[in-house]
Design a protein around this ligand. Structure first.
Ligand code: GDP
Ligand code: MG
Length: 439
């Protein structure tokens, strides 16, 4: 599929503008990629619409082909859709902080209970109590106890005869007595969502009054995961999602849909069976993964640096030979306007970040309009050789641009200073010593 995307991209490279047809073609590929990655179709639809809005008619950044640009927009939109990073865990001001793990059978609740406990101790120096509330599968208690042994952490269980609701209540009492600042409740799952399960979870919730309810979702289950997330959220008002088994070859499109459908953050990602294989969830990485086009994305990045380098080289050559003219200046300004923030442009000029003072003084965005008008009022010769500027020329330019002679003078002076600085800057970059000035 990534191949298909790439060939579409190839077809429309070299165009100066993103046409509606380009976007249509691109979004069709993207749409297929997303659906194939198990992203919910409603989510895909909304997303595609936003992408179309953003991408059609956009002037193409010189460094990106239209296809790449569309992809960039797609990636950004996907990332936004999945939200920022949310790997924080609640802290109750009246300990213990209670975390309840819910989810279907086999999703990874018990494993993640152990992982979270490990994380809390390692990263936050906490001492959790693990609670075995899955009484339906005898092996489940044993499984948690084994994890407890591995971690050298207490596990609270009352066998299979006591109700999970009572177990949860008792566990919290014990945690208070024994100064466990976190209680992580491992609950039972079912193969499918059913009322009995939900009733029990709701009862546990009302007794344990958890600070967090983490829904554990198996990323391999695709679209089903979205439905599961929706019903758990409706019934329990979960606080976050842990997406497990992302170490497998799943595309993980479910991740995107879960956030969109429940509006609850994906907080952690399970990256393996081991107890330290839990990570904060990274929306951007996930976006790349969903699009299945790490190649395409690195291609974009490469194109970006390549062309920036090319532009920078040309500029540098001009600076070095002192042939930087007002025409170049104007061109630079045109780019500034297209690109938005000045910082972007400055970032492209090697070493420009060292010229903070210059930037603030001379490239104030509000002044750009005047500056542009002044340069446009110059003749071709004046732009190439500002040295020929005399009083009458300046007067003419001021008049033509609706500015004053002193404004024209200021610009000329700034331009000369800029040239000087650029010259020194390139010398420094080339390893020669600049004369007299340090940056
Ligand atoms: P539960 O029924 O929800 O409690 O699920 P378990 O915690 O018992 O996990 C079910 C299976 O999934 C076990 O074999 C775990 O080792 C495995 N598992 C859980 N999380 C992950 C993960 O992030 N990656 C991988 N590869 N396996 C996982
Ligand atoms: Mg379990």
């Amino acid at each position: 599929l990534a191949d298909r995307l790439q060939s579409t991209i190839k077809k429309i490279t070299g165009k100066g503008k993103v046409s509606e047809q380009d976007v249509k073609e691109m979004t069709r590929e993207v749409r297929l990629a997303l659906l194939e990655a198990d992203v919910n179709f409603k989510v895909v639809k909304g997303l595609i619409n936003r992408i179309k809005e953003r991408a059609v008619g956009q002037e193409v950044m010189e460094s990106l082909t239209p296809g790449q640009q569309v992809i960039k927009v797609v990636k950004e939109e996907l990332t936004t859709l999945m939200g920022g990073e949310h790997s924080k865990i609640a802290v109750s001001d009246r300990p213990p902080t209670v975390i309840m793990m819910v989810g279907l059978q086999g999703a990874g609740k018990t494993t993640t209970t152990g992982k979270l406990a490990n994380h809390l101790r390692k990263k936050h120096n906490r001492s959790p109590l693990l609670v075995a509330c899955d009484i339906y599968r005898p092996a489940a208690i044993k499984q948690l106890e084994t994890l407890g042994e591995q971690l050298d952490m207490p596990v609270f269980s009352m066998g299979t005869e006591t109700s999970p609701v009572d177990i949860a209540g008792k566990a919290i009492e014990q945690a208070k007595e024994q100064h466990n600042d976190y209680v992580i409740i491992d609950t039972a799952g079912r193969l499918h969502v059913d009322n009995e399960l939900m009733d029990e979870l709701q009862q546990i919730k009302s007794v344990a009054r958890p600070d967090e309810i983490f829904l554990v979702v198996d990323s391999m289950t695709g679209q089903d995961a979205v439905n599961v997330a929706e019903s758990f959220n409706d019934q329990l008002d979960i606080s976050g999602v842990v997406l497990t088994k992302l170490d497998g070859d799943t595309r993980g499109g479910a991740a995107l849909s879960i956030k969109a459908v429940t509006d609850k953050p994906i907080k952690f990602a399970g990256m393996g069976e081991k107890l330290d294989e839990l990570e904060a969830f990274h929306p951007e990485r996930m976006a790349s993964r969903i699009l299945g086009m790490g190649d395409v994305l690195s291609l974009i990045e490469k194109a970006q640096t390549n062309v920036d380098e090319k532009q920078a080289k040309q500029l540098e050559e001009k600076m070095r030979t002192m042939s930087f003219t007002f025409d170049d200046f104007l061109e630079q300004m045109g780019q500034v306007k297209n690109m938005g923030p000045l910082d972007d442009l400055m970032a492209m000029i090697p070493g420009a970040n060292k010229m903070k003072g210059l930037k603030n003084a001379q490239l104030d965005e509000k002044q750009l309009v005047h500056v542009e008008a002044i340069i446009q009022s110059m003749t071709k010769k004046e732009r190439q050789e500002p040295g020929i500027m005399n009083a009458s020329r300046k007067k003419r330019i001021a008049k033509g641009s609706g500015t004053s002679v002193s404004q024209v003078n200021r610009l000329l002076k700034q331009f000369e200073e800029m040239k000087k600085m650029m010259k020194q800057m390139t010398n420094i970059q080339k390893g020669k010593k600049g004369k007299g000035m340090n940056f």
